[in-house]
Design a protein around this ligand. Structure first.
Ligand code: NAD
Length: 324
């Protein structure tokens, strides 16, 4: 299979590329990535020498680039996005441009070039917030941040392209990811790297917001299952079954880094902060046999170790993004 991966130099996309190329001898991959502030080409260094791998630096909103790259591929797995909620609150336009316009440019190119399957990677945040119970794939979309609104828009465009034009689209919606190679502006790597260096960490509001955490490798395995076996026009949830509050998460990270609560600084809550996310993952379990493999305790310990051992990876990124 010849697969075009957008956003393949980012956190989740690079894990997908590395795992596909190490496991599937029949797979050829082209990565299209603009290398924005969160893209790191060296994330792909372990596969860069492989003949089955090609890297193209380019913008998914640029129709000519996307056209030139899309031809000859059997499938697209679309990760590229502006992905940080806090940045979307400061300025939404790049989110609308990349997440909405960029997705439509890719869908159009997929149709023009007869791409067989379009896997659109999305998020549980498109549903807004839920106090009790869990969302199913049929729950109404009610996004609350510019990030989640732009992702919801892109999901609907992808599904509309299936209904209107018959493109073979599948959409995945996943809970919060964590693991190695995550850009250090996101809560887990931010807290780990701050605490390793003896610097305080900011906890939003009362810390009672609940998130479901999934290791990035479990997410990528699920995307591969949906890419190969998902039904056209369908949405699939991907979750980890580990719901914890931000305060509990902070406690685990303090313990893992040998720090105390004096390192935690309570800061005003994020504007529009969703209280709880929760996905029902029955559909992907029953249809495609998906089960997360990495427990949160095990995955978090490995993640803390990775950031301890890979300062050369994250320190320049933090400096670049002025994060400490
Ligand atoms: P990331 O920010 O680490 O990576 C995004 C990648 O996209 C970067 O390599 C960046 O250079 C690239 N990119 C951005 N704009 C581009 C453009 N215009 N053209 C080409 N490339 C561009 O993000 P991530 O955490 O790896 O997320 C990947 C996808 O997964 C996103 O679509 C996100 O919405 C989705 N998702 C993320 C999570 C999570 O917890 N991180 C959870 C569910 C879904």
């Amino acid at each position: 299979m010849r697969i075009l991966i957008t956003g393949g130099a980012g956190f989740i996309g690079s894990e997908f590329v590395r795992s596909m190329l190490s496991a599937d001898i029949d797979c050829r991959i082209t990565v299209l990535d603009q290398i924005t502030y969160s893209g790191v080409e060296e994330n792909l260094a372990p596969v860069a020498h492989l003949p089955a791998y090609t890297f193209v630096r380019g913008d998914i909103c640029d129709r000519d680039t996307v056209d030139a790259v899309t031809a000859g591929h059997d499938a697209i797995v679309h990760f590229a996005a502006e992905s940080h909620v806090d940045r979307s609150i400061e300025g939404a336009v790049p989110f609308v441009r990349t997440n909405v316009v960029g997705t439509q440019v890719l869908l159009d190119a997929a149709r023009r070039h007869g791409v067989g399957r379009f896997a659109h990677v999305s998020t549980d945040e498109v549903y807004g917030s839920i106090d009790v119970g869990s969302w199913t794939e049929k729950s109404p979309l009610a996004p609350t941040s510019p990030y989640s609104a732009s992702k919801a828009g892109s999901d609907l465009l992808a599904l509309a392209c299936h209904r209107t034009h018959g493109l073979d689209v599948v959409v995945t919606r996943c809970s919060n990811n964590y693991g190695h190679h995550q850009f250090p502006e996101k809560v887990i790597p931010l807290f780990i790297t701050q605490l390793i260096d003896g610097q305080k960490v900011p906890l939003y509001g009362d810390g009672a917001n609940v998130r479901d955490w999934l290791h990035v490798s479990d997410h990528c395995r699920a995307i591969e299952l949906v890419l190969r076996g998902g039904r056209a026009g369908e949405v699939y949830h991907i979750g980890g079954g580990t719901e914890i509050t931000n305060k509990e998460l902070t406690g685990m990270l303090l313990e893992a880094t040998g720090r105390g609560w004096e390192m935690v600084q309570q800061v005003p809550d994020r504007r529009g902060h969703d209280r709880r996310y929760s996905l029902d993952i029955t559909k992907i379990q029953e249809e495609l046999g998906y089960r997360p493999r990495i427990s949160f305790a095990e995955g978090l310990a490995a993640t803390v170790d990775w950031y301890r051992e890979n300062r050369a990876w994250w320190e320049p990124l933090k400096a670049r993004a002025a994060l400490s």
